[in-house]
Write a protein of this length. Sequence first.
Length: 88
Amino acid sequence: EGGFLANTRIPFSDGLSTFTGLLTVQDLELDGVVKIDRAEAFVVQELEFPTGGFRGAAWDTDADVEYTFYGLGTLALVAGSRERSQLA
């Protein structure tokens, strides 16, 4: 999928887990461990609504303020990862 799972009992990626996973990767300076293009594609294709906002997971039918925060945060982390890789 490209996103992160909350745990092994839930077989689907979600927005919160993907955001916190990418934030942890950044904080631990583990760039290159995650396929950043896949994470971005997951958020844009599965969670972002064309009319604006983000859902928490594929089963949600509406945008949510909390998950819009995580969606935007994930896109910012993706951009930061790309910027760091260009500077390296």
